[in-house]
Write a protein that binds this ligand. Structure first.
Ligand code: GTP
Ligand code: MG
Length: 316
């Protein structure tokens, strides 16, 4: 028996040729799901299809459309099995509900030397650890947009975590991106790499630096936000698809509109504010101490943790 071609494009539906498909797309009906919601007579009248053809096409679209029903209980069960990457600070892990979450984007923002990159190095190393030691037994894709990746630092942190330093370095795929196009392409083409190399954490340090330097002025803002939106969307898609964690760092700008409290705001605007699942604001305190404030989390209450950047990495 000949196997039927799976229905993916409008053209795969019976009676829908290229011309009709183009017309439908131009009218905004660009997916099988949208076709499935149409009434056959509507399709027939508006696009000049015979009623029988329209009926068959809609029926086929309905059959090809699957809805993923799930229950709250099933989601809870899956979430309880979610991986968390330890930060090596008990206090910060508790603030995060266990650690840096998979299937989510965690953003840290703060001024220079607030510890964003150091936290990125620590979770990079910890991702390699066994699960009972706070890791995911996985490897890391590290996108370095500022030229601040330091292998020597990774070696030190890895040795302190009980890993072989050279082996740890080999488990990190580093991409030094110098343009937003390189940054975007790295993530757009990461699917294969993630599967082949068992990537469990993607770090983008920093997310916004290149976007900020390339898109200057009000006129470029729209395009910047659009590209940024797609980029973040792709990161979230990878996180969901491969059950991995995404850690991005972000810069701050002074917001003169704020008269009371801290006048710093993360850059990236609403696009970023809505995209990051968890936002951490990092602030320098005395000597090696840093204050980490949980600003935005879907499940955890706002709060603060004090961490230290020690020679061996992040600690309480
Ligand atoms: P920007 O990227 O400049 O915005 O800053 P950041 O928030 O990424 O800062 P980063 O994580 O690089 O933190 C820098 C701070 O970490 C330094 O001021 C040091 O206090 C600390 N640090 C960096 N490297 C080492 C190290 O090798 N040993 C120790 N003990 N501390 C370090
Ligand atoms: Mg940094």
């Amino acid at each position: 028996m000949a196997r039927e071609k799976p229905v993916k494009e409008l053209e795969d539906l019976p009676g829908i040729g290229e011309t009709t498909a183009e017309k439908l797309r131009a009218a905004g009906i660009d997916t099988i799901d949208k076709m499935a919601t149409l009434a056959p007579h509507e399709l027939s009248e508006t696009y000049g299809l015979g009623l029988e053809t329209a009926k068959k096409a809609v029926q086929a679209a309905k059959e090809a459309t699957t809805i993923n029903y799930t229950t709250g209980g099933a989601i809870l069960e899956r979430r309880q099995g979610l991986g968390k990457i330890s930060t090596s600070s008990k206090e910060l892990n508790e603030l995060l509900g266990g650690g840096v979450e998979t299937e989510a984007i965690t953003e840290s923002y703060g001024r220079f030397a607030s510890g964003k990159t150091q936290l990125g190095f620590q979770i990079t190393v910890n991702t390699m650890l066994p699960r009972d030691k706070g890791g995911l037994e996985g490897n890391v894709l590290f996108v370095d947009t500022e030229g601040t990746f330091r292998p020597e630092r990774i070696e030190t942190i890895a040795a302190a975590a009980g890993l072989d330093p050279k082996e740890a370095l080999d488990r990190i795929i580093v991409v030094r991106a110098t343009t937003t196009d390189q940054q975007i392409l790295t993530i757009d083409r990461a699917d294969k790499l993630i599967q082949e190399k068992n990537i469990k954490l993607i770090v983008v340090d920093s997310l916004m630096a290149l976007f900020r330097s390339e898109f200057i002025g009000r006129g470029a803002l729209g395009e910047r936000q659009q590209k940024l939106n797609q980029h973040i969307h792709k990161l979230q898609t990878l996180a969901d698809k491969f059950y991995l964690a995404v850690y991005i760092t972000n810069q701050v700008m002074d917001n003169p509109g704020i008269l009371f409290g801290d006048p710093t705001t993360p850059v990236g605007g609403n696009v970023l504010a809505h995209a990051a699942t968890t936002r951490l604001y990092m602030k320098k305190s005395k000597e090696e101490k840093r204050i980490v404030r949980l600003v935005d989390s879907p499940a955890m209450p706002e709060g603060e943790a004090v961490i230290k950047i020690t020679p061996n990495g992040i600690r309480d």
